[in-house]
Design a protein around this ligand. Structure first.
Ligand code: ADP
Ligand code: MG
Length: 560
């Protein structure tokens, strides 16, 4: 009798990933998933190995944002899984599709808490931080487990999904025929969600009454890849638009209808605001006064019905996917029926001109040492002719200044701290942007922010990725220590030479103390496509506590 051909959980998992077009895994090898990583790589899946799971997770999350496919992160059990969990939670918060796959130890021992190697109830731990969480206990369930994870990550509002696979499942055998039959390739995992016609009519009616309308684009709009539809809505209605930070570039920042340089004025004075893939959370002052007018009315386009009315009453909710919704809204707007008043356009323009003049003055001042504005002014000049470059940005002041100073002109090319204001996304996002697109990346980092993921410069060098890191080095969190003696809670080593770190791994380091050498270094880093780290020394007194969000620090009532 011929023996039945057999396979095992490792192979079935790799087959399931391949069947679903998962071409890249971001991970960190170890028990029990090392052989899974090896097998995936030998089967043609690109495997990018990291130095800390959180960074691998951030890479997977932003890969999901860029590609509309779930980014996959692979970790070991227990602590490795927990390290990745921050990234999974961040993906869920930011609505990025991601799947965290972690191996797990022996269920029988875990459930009786008998002390297994890396013992942890991972499924239970993941649930509060994930959009969905599943565990695969049998090799014949791998196909369905991955299919469920893909549906959960991509459908509706995207998010982070946890997929637990036990060590025993990976090692279990099953016959090839059963394995083949068990695989699933989801049909249409992110189906269009068509908005109700009444909701479209209501929104068109509200817009036709607006005198001071504004379109506010969020990163949901960037994710949706409805670039043409959004541009048509903006340009055919003549409504000024404002991008949230990761929506910058959906329309170029120098577009005549951009109200970016008149942000506060536009928010505070608009009578009807169309929110497209943007939430009225802390980043938009919850829609509350004094940032907003009490009488502003909203159209909100969002795929998640539960988002509506979460902060302010929404007069005209449109629940649907952005592509379908924007298309339907534009079709429902009679030509000429939406008329932003000329005074509104003029007022925004006047503010823009004034603020742009002020910005130009700050950018052209050349103080010694450099400050945030002058250093970023130099980077801005170089990037102006490099629209292909992805910009990753984190820090406090480094984030605030760069968001305003660095113009974007292409969709989805700016990746930053996002909804949580998280620190530590820098190297993970930079690596994924380079891996997924092949384009060069500039990571503009505060010196503190860089520290959270800095060890990944080894990863960048190992894979020879075209990443140029600019560290705006003022020697501390917010700013540097100015006193000798015990370091303050916010101070770092003075005159730290971050550029020397990357040289240890064969990358190129630059130490820049003026704008001229900084511009040259950025240009060279981009042109060479070699891993490059630029230590941009700025004034240790430059920067303010907490940047633009100082008001979020609690003040003791005693100090009043
Ligand atoms: P920002 O921080 O840029 O303002 P948010 O992350 O707060 O953006 O908001 C993004 C919103 O976009 C979320 O409420 C999410 O539900 C929504 N969203 C994501 N993808 C889509 C899509 N394809 N269609 C409609 N809405 C979407
Ligand atoms: Mg700093």
């Amino acid at each position: 009798m011929e023996s039945t051909p057999m396979t095992d959980g490792f192979h079935v998992m790799v087959e399931a990933l391949k069947l679903n077009g998962i071409d890249t895994i971001y991970g960190l090898a170890g028990i029990p998933i090392t052989d899974l990583a090896r097998l995936a790589q030998s089967e043609g899946i690109r495997y990018i190995g990291f130095r800390h799971e959180q960074n691998a997770g951030h890479a997977a999350a932003v890969a999901g944002f860029l590609t509309q496919k779930p980014g996959v992160c692979l970790t070991v059990s227990g602590p490795g899984f927990l390290n990745g969990l921050v990234a999974l939670a961040n993906a869920t918060t930011n609505c990025f599709p991601m799947i965290l796959i972690s191996g797990s130890s022996d269920r029988a021992i875990i459930d009786l808490q008998q002390g297994d190697y890396e013992e942890l109830d991972q499924l239970g731990a993941a649930k509060p931080f994930a959009k969905a969480a599943y565990r695969i206990n049998r090799p014949e369930d791998i196909g369905v487990g991955l299919a469920r994870a893909i549906h959960a990550a991509l459908s509706g509002r995207p998010g982070g999904v946890y997929l637990d696979i036990t060590a025993a499942t990976l090692g279990s055998v099953l016959d090839v025929e059963t394995a083949k039959k068990s695989l699933i390739r989801p049909v249409d995992p992110a189906p269009p969600q068509i908005p109700a016609p009444e909701s479209i009519a209501r929104a068109a009616e509200l817009l036709s009454q607006a005198e001071r309308p504004l379109i506010l684009l969020g990163k949901g709009a960037a994710y949706a890849q409805a670039d043409t539809e959004i541009r048509a809505l903006v340009e055919q209605t003549g409504i000024p638009f404002l991008p949230m930070s990761m929506a910058k570039g959906l329309l170029p920042d120098n577009h005549p209808q951009s109200a970016g340089a008149a942000r506060s004025y536009a928010l505070g004075n608009a009578d009807v605001v169309v929110l497209i893939g943007a939430r009225l959370n802390w980043l938009l002052s919850h829609g509350k006064s004094p940032s907003w007018s009490e009488t502003t009315q909203y159209v909100q386009i969002d795929i998640d019905p539960m988002e509506i009315d979460s902060n302010r009453p929404i007069a005209a909710p449109i629940v649907g996917d952005i592509k379908s919704s924007v298309t339907a809204l534009l079709a429902a707007i009679e030509p000429g029926s939406v008329k932003p008043s000329p005074a509104w356009i003029e007022d925004i323009d006047a503010r823009k001109q004034k603020n742009m003049r002020r910005m130009a003055e700050r950018l052209s001042a050349n103080p010694d040492p450099m400050n945030f504005s002058s250093a970023l002014g130099a980077v801005r000049e170089v990037l102006a002719s490099r629209q292909d470059v992805y910009v990753v940005n984190e820090g406090a002041n480094a984030l605030d200044f760069a968001r305003n100073i660095i113009d974007m002109s292409v969709p989805r090319h700016r990746l930053d701290s996002g909804t949580w204001g998280i620190m530590g996304i820098g190297m993970g996002y930079a690596i994924a942007a380079a891996v997924e697109t092949g384009n060069p990346v500039v990571a503009i980092e505060g010196d503190s922010a860089f520290g959270f993921s800095g060890m990944e410069i080894e990863t960048i060098c190992r894979y020879q990725l075209p990443v140029t890191i600019v560290i705006l080095n003022n020697g501390g969190i917010y700013r540097g220590d100015t006193h000798d003696g015990t370091p303050s809670p916010t101070g770092f080593v003075r005159d730290a030479r971050y550029d020397k770190l990357i040289e240890a791994f064969g990358g190129v380091g630059f130490h820049c103390t003026d704008t001229e050498s900084l511009a040259i270094a950025v240009k060279e880093g981009l042109a060479s496509r070699r891993p490059t780290l630029i230590n941009a020394v700025i004034d240790p007194t430059a920067g303010t506590e907490s940047g633009h969000i100082q008001s979020l620090n609690p003040k003791s009532a005693l100090q009043k």
